[in-house]
Design a protein around this ligand. Structure first.
Ligand code: GDP
Ligand code: IMO
Ligand code: MG
Length: 429
């Protein structure tokens, strides 16, 4: 038995939440290791729909949830989410949720700076979720972040707030946005302290002990490889490393804890926000995929851009992300298409590329090179075995395996938890 790490293999919203929830039945602990409440993971269990942003999806199965040091935690968003899911009947308490005491906080100044910067970028905006993710990670790297443990030390907070506000108010002033008063922030933090501190602990200790005792840990990635701050379509990315290697650093374990890496990809492709998307469809088919797949963002409600499956990009995500097996979701959304296209490379100014090059202009100019496959007319929705799939759908999945150079080990055929076909149990190694 091994641990399992789940990461997105495209630009997010691949169905990580559904797959984590499904696999959580076999896990003991579920750990978030990066990102923040920019993530939106939707889980459908019977007549209940859970929308999780910061909370590890395993909580829905009653499994211990851990928020690692690599996550940026907005305390207001966290408490609001705990309130929301508790009202749906989930039990979230310091017995079921532990948060790394060294995790940095997202404060209202971060969201304000995020918004002011996006406004200043105008047409060149990144299309962030506006949650303050980028500014919070910048503060962490710049060594001025306020961390959860600081809430227990008012004198530390006092000094840190001076440094933080010197930086942020200078920027906000320059951008013509309202500044923040230290007294207000201090009062908010002191009010939050007793609500948050009961959840805080050195989670690395708990996780190392769990690992030593043979417990099965499931790492739940947010965002996706093509939004990774190093490997994604920079600068149209998020501000954390989303690749599997970060599961270790983002939770306080060694690299051997990562275990089996499962990449999640939709059977087509979507993207929210700005940035290159070579296989994007602007026609009726794109519209159909969006409608059939209900492609609206969980966090911001924005319409997701839709396009064909980009096998060249997923192959790249497999390599840089450390993906050993692929879970292909939303196969049912392709039902009824007469033909399907798979992108196998790019034409960039007359030159052939097998992968997306790093340059911004080159990425924007990339034209997909397609292979065309036959579609299927029967329904795959709700299928729970290979035998229920039409031959053309099996052929499509098999061709994806070849092109991305990774086996498809799990298929998902509807939002519902159990409409899942497992070919290989990742916990089995
Ligand atoms: P995540 O961010 O990767 O967890 O993905 P999201 O939850 O943001 O978006 C995926 C959406 O697709 C959610 O609304 C899921 O309920 C839904 N979904 C997941 N798997 C399937 C599937 O196999 N078929 C269909 N039709 N919907 C799915
Ligand atoms: P899940 O976990 C899809 C995108 C934003 C924007 C860029 C930067 O649900 O897959 P940020 O607010 O992180 O600074 O925004 O990243 N983005 C996501 N897109 N799914 C997500 O999370 C995302 N999290 C961030 O739309 O383009
Ligand atoms: Mg999502």
């Amino acid at each position: 038995m091994t641990n399992v790490t789940i990461i997105g293999a495209q630009w997010g919203d691949e169905g990580k939440g559904k797959v984590v929830d499904w696999l959580a039945s076999r896990a003991d602990i579920v750990v978030r290791f990066q990102g923040g409440h920019n993530a939106g993971h939707t889980l459908v269990v019977g007549d209940q729909t859970y929308k999780l942003s910061l909370l590890p999806s395993g909580l829905v199965r009653g499994k211990m949830g851990v928020i690692g040091n690599g996550v940026v935690v907005d305390p207001f968003a966290l408490l609001a989410e705990i309130g929301r899911v508790s009202a749906q009947g989930l039990k979230v308490s310091p017995e079921t949720l532990r948060i790394a005491d060294n995790a940095p906080l997202i404060l209202p100044v971060h969201a304000a700076l995020d918004a002011a910067r996006e406004a200043a970028r105008g047409a060149r905006k990144i299309g962030t979720t506006g949650r303050g993710i980028g500014p919070a990670y910048e503060d962490k790297v710049a060594r001025r972040a306020i961390r959860i443990c600081d809430l227990a030390e008012p004198e530390t907070l006092d000094a840190k707030l001076d440094e933080l506000l010197l930086h942020h108010n200078t920027l906000l002033r320059g951008l013509g946005a309202p500044e923040f008063a230290k007294a207000d922030l201090m009062a908010q933090l002191l009010d939050l302290a007793p609500k948050l501190l009961p959840y805080a602990e050195p989670v690395w200790e708990r996780l190392n002990e769990a690992k030593a005792s043979g417990a099965k840990i499931l790492f739940e990635g947010a965002q996706a490889v093509m939004l990774d701050v190093d490997h994604g379509t920079y600068p149209f990315v998020t501000s954390s490393n989303t690749v599997a290697g970060n599961a270790a650093a983002g939770s306080g374990l060694g690299p051997d804890a990562v275990g089996r890496v499962l990449g999640i990809a939709k059977a087509y492709c979507t993207r929210v926000g700005s940035g290159p998307f070579p296989t994007e469809l602007f026609d009726e088919i794109g519209q159909q995929l969006g409608e059939r797949g209900h492609e609206f963002g969980t966090v911001t409600g924005r319409k997701r851009r839709c396009g064909w499956f980009d096998a060249a990009m997923v192959r790249q995500a497999v390599k840089v992300g450390g993906i050993q097996g692929l879970a292909l979701t939303k196969l049912d959304v392709l039902d009824g298409q007469t033909e399907l296209k798979l992108c196998v490379g790019y034409d960039i100014n007359g030159q052939h590329y097998k992968h997306l090059p790093a340059g911004v202009a080159a990425q924007a100019a990339a034209k997909p090179i397609y292979e065309v496959l036959e579609g299927w007319s029967s329904s795959t929705r709700g299928a729970r075995s290979w035998a229920q799939l039409p031959a053309a759908a099996i052929k499509y999945v098999k061709r994806i395996e070849e092109l991305v150079e990774a086996p498809v080990t799990l298929l998902s055929t509807s939002p519902e938890r159990d409409d899942t076909i497992l070919m290989q149990d990742p916990f089995a190694g």
